[in-house]
Design a protein around this ligand. Structure first.
Ligand code: ACO
Length: 375
């Protein structure tokens, strides 16, 4: 039997704290006119001390489940794409799994910079195609503000924090994820990244003094690479899905820079009005940028069931990719398991209690047995 992976729920979460270009001009030698004309960005959101990649991801996930009207216990798999995980390990996805009470789900992270969300969607869709799972939660979440050098005007003006999530559900109806392109060129690994804190440059006093825990970027080279690959990846994924450019309703690109997006649209001869752009309000939120743009487009009523959409992204690695999708929207009422979302507060309380109880049991087992708890 053939299963198709349909996007049936979506949600987003951004911090309330807004950092405008004028605010940045008080930190570094820059100005609103320069930032807007070179990037298209007006403002971005910055996580508060209480927020993290996992908390933003959790909020986005709950909104997506609410939209799809399914319960967290229906989720088989959670994938979080992120470049700013809460920890090197455990996976941020496991923290989300515990926070939302997805008691049946497996969970892992994908690290492929801004291309990560596309790869995560494709992995989840493939698992659905094979029949191995039926429901997945795919999240892009970032708090890159924690890794920026706020004295470096070439990077701190670009990035912002936020999270977006999709619910993918199996259906025998054709549609949903149609095709995918995944590419990488590791010879460009030195153009964009964050080098310290891993096994090659473990955290040490010198790595801190040398600023190796901050994101670095060769903006010009990344710009050239991005404009080269975006149009090609869009064409390739359309060819694979046997869709012509004329049949395409929307392109939802990674929101890095308005000029990159406009150049790609020009190369494709695709109308810019059919390209979803919201980077003016959020900056570059890396893996979260494609779901954030999609959620806003859906909320504004732009995306209609049956619309053909290409998601296309690029980022550190270097990496790039694209995904062709036929938009579905929530499954018909009779096929949804209606989840009493007014009880969400109660459910989250239960989930918290359950997690504390499991920790408490583990603690007492350790004390009683004097060795690691039994498996
Ligand atoms: N404010 C004012 N002036 C600035 C700023 C700033 N924030 N930053 C740089 N400048 C100056 C430079 O010093 C330079 O001055 P000079 O001519 O006197 O030397 C001048 O402006 C031009 O600098 P460029 O670096 O050539 O500016 P450019 O037009 O290339 O724009 C930018 C820089 C916005 C970073 C652009 O290169 C870009 O967007 N690149 C792509 C970045 C990107 O998409 N990264 C994300 C990838 S996704 C991921 O995986 C995270």
């Amino acid at each position: 039997m053939n299963f198709y992976a349909h996007i049936t729920g979506w949600g987003m979460s951004v911090p309330d704290k807004v950092l405008t270009n004028d605010d940045l001009a008080e930190l570094v030698d820059t100005n609103d006119e320069w930032i807007q004309s070179r990037t298209g960005i007006r403002e971005r959101r910055i996580a508060t001390d209480e927020q993290s990649t996992a908390t933003l991801a959790t909020d986005a996930a709950i909104h997506a489940l609410d939209k799809a009207k399914i319960s967290p216990s229906d989720v088989d798999l959670i994938i979080v794409a992120t470049s700013s995980p809460d920890n090197i390990f455990p996976a941020t996805a496991s923290i989300v799994q515990d926070s939302i009470g997805a008691v049946k789900a497996g969970a892992f992270d994908i690290s492929a910079a801004c291309t990560g969300f596309i790869l995560a969607l494709n992995m989840a869709a493939q698992a659905i195609h094979t029949g191995s799972i039926s429901t997945a939660l795919v999240i892009g979440s970032e708090t890159l503000s924690r890794f920026l050098d706020w004295t470096d005007r070439s990077t701190c003006i670009i990035f912002g924090d936020g999270a977006g999530a999709f619910v993918l559900q199996a259906s025998e109806e054709p549609g949903g994820v149609l095709s995918a392109v995944m590419r990488s060129d590791g010879s460009g690994a030195d153009l964009l990244g964050l080098s310290a804190g891993g096994s090659y440059y473990p955290a040490s006093e010198p790595t801190i003094h040398e600023g190796k825990h901050f994101l670095f970027m060769n903006g010009k080279e990344v710009f050239r690479f991005a404009t080269r690959v975006m149009a090609g990846a869009t064409k390739d994924v359309l060819d694979q899905a046997d869709i012509s450019l004329e049949e395409l309703d929307w392109i939802i690109p990674h929101q890095a820079n308005r000029r990159i997006i406009e150049t790609a649209a020009r190369r494709l001869k695709f109308p810019i009005e059919q390209v979803v752009i919201n980077l003016d309000r959020y900056g570059n939120t890396s893996t979260a940028s494609i779901p954030l743009a999609t959620v806003e487009a859906a909320q504004e009523g732009k995306l209609k069931p049956g619309d053909k959409i290409v998601f296309v992204g690029f980022g550190a690695g270097l990496s790039w990719g694209s995904l062709a999708v036929q938009w579905t929207g929530p499954l018909p009422e009779e096929r949804r398991k209606v989840w009493p979302y007014r009880l969400l507060g109660l459910y989250r309380f239960y989930v918290r209690l359950r997690s504390l109880l499991l920790r408490w049991i583990r603690f007492w087992e350790g004390l009683i047995w004097g060795r690691p708890p039994r498996q």
